[in-house]
Design a protein around this ligand. Sequence first.
Ligand SMILES: [Zn+2]
Ligand SMILES: [Zn+2]
Ligand SMILES: [Zn+2]
Length: 390
Amino acid sequence: MERTPILSGGSSYGTVNPGYIPTAAAGPAMSAAPIPHTHGPSAPPSDMFDTVPGYEGTVSGGGDGYLPPPMPTVPMPAPESRPAHPDWHIPSITEETAREAFIMFASNKCCYSTGPARNGVITNMAAYNTYRYRLETFTESRSTEWSHEPYKGQPVDAYQQPAPGPWDIAAQPPSFFSEHTQQIRVPYTSSVKGCHACLGMGRMPCKDCAGAGNKVCWVCNGSGYRHSDDRCSHCNGRGRENCSRCSGQGSRLCDTCRGQRQLLVFINLKIKWTNNQDSYVVEQSSGLRVENLSKVTGKELFRDAQYLVYPLSGFPDPAVARASEQLIREHQGKYSLTSRILQQRQTIELIPITKVDYMWKGKSHVFFVYGNEFQVNADDYPATCCCSVM
Ligand SMILES: [Zn+2]
Ligand SMILES: [Zn+2]
Ligand SMILES: [Zn+2]
C-alpha cells in the first residue's frame, strides 16, 4: 500500500529490515493456532511450573515487562540520498470558498444567526499555511506467561527438545501499521499436572449450599409455614429447598480443570503489534490555536515508509527537519529496547490556514478556514444568539 514518496522521485532513503522475515518466506509458524485464555479461580503454586531454559523469568498470569529483542544484526546504515526539494506550492482558497465555509459553520450552530456570515464584508484574506510532520513506528513486542487449560489428551511435548527462544518463534504479523495481538503456545513446554484447584478431584464443594445440596427456603425462612398456619407452597412445608447452583448435588465441576482432574501446563507467548505515533505541527502566527489542527487533514507532500527512516534533513523548513531528527531519535531509542521495530513511516502534510478579516455592523472580526475539510473557527462571531440579529 505504500506509495513512492511524492517528493523524492523514487529515491528511497532507509533500509530493509534485517530482523524481519516476510511470513511467506518464513514457513509455517510453529504451533501457531490461537489458544483460548484460561484463568483459574486461584493462582497455581509456583512448583507446578518446570524450569524451561530461556524462560526462567516467566510467571503465571504474565509479568508486566516485555522481552528485549535480540540486537539487530546490521548496524544503522548511513543515508545514501536526500530528498530533492519539491515545489512547496502554497495553495490558497478563494473568497467564495471562505464565505461558503463560513455560512456552513454558522448554519450548523443551532443558535447562531447566519447574517454576519452571509453579509459581513470581507476586508482581507491571508495564508498562514503550516506543516505537520508525523512519525509512525510499527513495533512487535513479546512477553511470556505460564498458562494452563483442562487436559483432554492434547500433545505433551515438554523436554522433547529445547524450547525455541521467545524471539525465534515465527508469528504472522498483520499488515504494517495495523495493531493486532496473537498468542502462541511455546513448543516443548507442555506438560500434564494434577489440578491444583480441586486437588485432582474434578469437583469442588458447592459454595452456595456448603456441600449440602439444599438450603433454607427463602420464602418461609425455614419454618415451612407462611402467615401462621399456611403451608409454604415453595418448599411444600419442608423448610428447605434444593440448591439451584449445584442442582442439589452438593458439588460442582471444577472451573479450572472442567472436571478433567488434570491440567495441561505450558508457556504462552503473547505478541503485540503496535503503531506508535507522534506528530509535530510547525508554529504559525495566525492566532488559530494548534489544537484545532488535530481534527483536520492537509495536503500530503511527502510519504516515506522504510524499516528505519532517516531524518528529513533536506526539508526547506528547518523546524520540520529538527522535529524529524528528534522524533526519529526518540522512537528508535525508546522502541528498540522493548520491541522489534518492523517499519517506520514519516509523512509531511501542508495544512492550509486562511485568516479572514471582515466587517459587520461597523466592527471588524476574524474567522479562520483550515484543513482540507474547510473547517471554520470563529471565536468572536458577532451573532451567537438568534435574537441578537434582525
Ligand atoms: Zn418454604
Ligand atoms: Zn449447592
Ligand atoms: Zn480441577
